[in-house]
Design a protein around this ligand. Structure first.
Ligand SMILES: [Fe+2]
Ligand SMILES: [Fe+2]
Length: 340
């Protein structure tokens, strides 16, 4: 069947894992109609009045992402007009995000794949969604209880909500910010806290919005505090990682190996928590173990050993050379590998 832009959905649309993707009556934007038309959507034989999207990689994420994107747009609009929020307004966004998050868990999709998958020009929306998924994934790596993983997902989703109050000309400025402009950017943690203050969200979500730019050595903002809750430390790592690996108005995205170097340097300097950075960096490096990697000199090699304390300095087997221990050579993988 063909989905028409401007029409309304006639039945609820579910994923084959049982998650509600779109409600009956949903207005089909051009984007949504085109996503749906790319995939096969069939009636669910077991339940009347339902349609089920057949298992085709991507559709669930596309639809769910589009849903949450739209609720974020509405939320941004509300904040710009009213400068305040109430529960009803955040619930829609939270519900939509929860579906995406559950679907990602159900299909075991890694956030790295998702970061490649979503394409949108709006950095901030995408960033909030990514940080939620990454923070929750770190929670999972650290074997935190499910409620904490869920909380981390929400903390990520709302962490930069204060940026909705900032003039887009400053927020999306392609060049370097002046001191005055940077001072405006630095108001977003407190602005985010104030926006969420009168909602029923978990207090930790408010702390996430307020403290995600604080650093353990006191070098962060807005207060320069050193005492940072553990879940917020996780949030800061997820936030830093996604900011480095995303395209921004003022610079192109950086490779994952560069981001790992940055996180390791921040952990070593005592800014970010190494209890969070090390497991995360190890997880990221594990994705590349035994994968072909091209060196900057054109030689091909692969990672054969990752030291848990120095994950960005693995031992490599490079064709035609003896084993190369990057830790001994005082080099990192980013410095010698040719990364996208
Ligand atoms: Fe932020
Ligand atoms: Fe952020």
């Amino acid at each position: 069947m063909k989905f028409q832009k401007g029409a309304r959905l006639k039945e609820d649309l579910y994923s084959n894992t049982g998650i509600l993707l779109l409600r009956k009556g949903t207005f089909l934007t051009a984007k949504l109609a085109s996503i749906l038309n790319k995939y096969e959507v069939v009636p669910d034989p077991s339940l009347k009045g339902r349609r089920i999207a057949t298992e085709v990689t991507g559709i669930f994420h596309d639809v769910l992402y589009e849903n949450i994107y739209r609720s974020m747009e509405e939320l941004q609009q509300t904040i710009r007009v009213k400068a305040e929020l109430c529960d009803a307004e955040i619930q829609d966004m939270e519900k939509n995000f929860h579906r995406l998050y559950k679907e990602v868990l159900a299909t075991h999709t890694s956030f790295l794949e998702l970061m490649e998958h979503f394409s949108s020009d709006e950095y901030l929306f995408k960033h909030c969604i990514h940080v939620g998924l990454i923070a929750a994934s770190i929670g999972k790596m650290l074997k935190l209880p499910h409620e904490k993983q869920n909380l981390l997902a929400q903390m990520g989703l709302f962490h930069d909500i204060g940026k909705f109050t900032i003039d887009p000309r400053i927020l999306n400025k392609p060049g370097k910010l002046t001191n005055e402009e940077f001072a405006v950017i630095k108001t977003h943690p407190a602005a985010g806290y104030r926006l969420l203050e009168n909602t029923s969200l978990d207090p930790m979500i408010l702390k996430g919005a307020l403290m995600h730019h604080e650093r353990l050595d006191g070098s962060g903002y807005p207060e320069g505090r050193k005492n940072i809750p553990f879940l917020v430390r996780i949030l800061s790592v997820a936030d830093t990682f996604d900011a480095i690996c995303s395209n921004r108005a003022y610079r192109r995205r950086q490779p994952v190996f560069y981001a790992i170097d940055e996180l390791m340097a921040d952990a070593k300097a005592g800014r970010l928590d190494s209890e969070v950075v090390l497991p995360f960096a190890n997880f990221l490096m594990e994705n590349y173990r035994n994968q072909p990697i091209t060196m900057r000199n054109g030689a091909r090699g692969k990672i054969v050993h990752i030291h848990p304390l120095y994950p960005n300095q693995p031992i490599l087997k490079i064709e035609g050379y003896p084993l190369l221990n990057l830790k001994e050579q005082k080099l990192t993988l980013f410095q010698i590998a040719n990364m996208q």
